[in-house]
Design a binder for this molecule. Structure first.
Ligand SMILES: [Zn+2]
Length: 93
């Protein structure tokens, strides 16, 4: 497989080996150095296995449970309590 390279200096189009992807090669016509475009991702990687996805799911459930707990129990209620304490001092001395 080869990559088409367009020379900006002489508008020459030539092909180079894909091993040259992302490298700078001399134009065979005018000798100017031309950068070869990097190869696009060749093939999609196979998805994670079922076991992997299961552990990912477990991790997500635990992670978001902890997050929700921290937000509601620690964060939200905590903010509400401190806010109420301030208001109470302000209102009732
Ligand atoms: Zn050229």
């Amino acid at each position: 497989m080869s990559i088409s390279v367009f020379c900006l200096s002489c508008a020459n189009v030539f092909k180079v080996n894909e091993a040259k992807a992302g490298k700078v090669v001399p134009c065979p016509k005018c000798g100017k150095m031309v950068r070869v475009s990097a190869l696009p991702p060749v093939e999609a990687k196979p998805g994670p296995s079922l076991v992997h996805r299961f552990f990912q799911w477990i991790f997500n459930v635990v992670f978001f449970s902890v997050l929700a707990y921290l937000f509601y129990e620690g964060g939200f209620i905590g903010i509400l309590c401190s806010w109420f304490q301030n208001i109470r001092h302000f209102l009732f001395g």
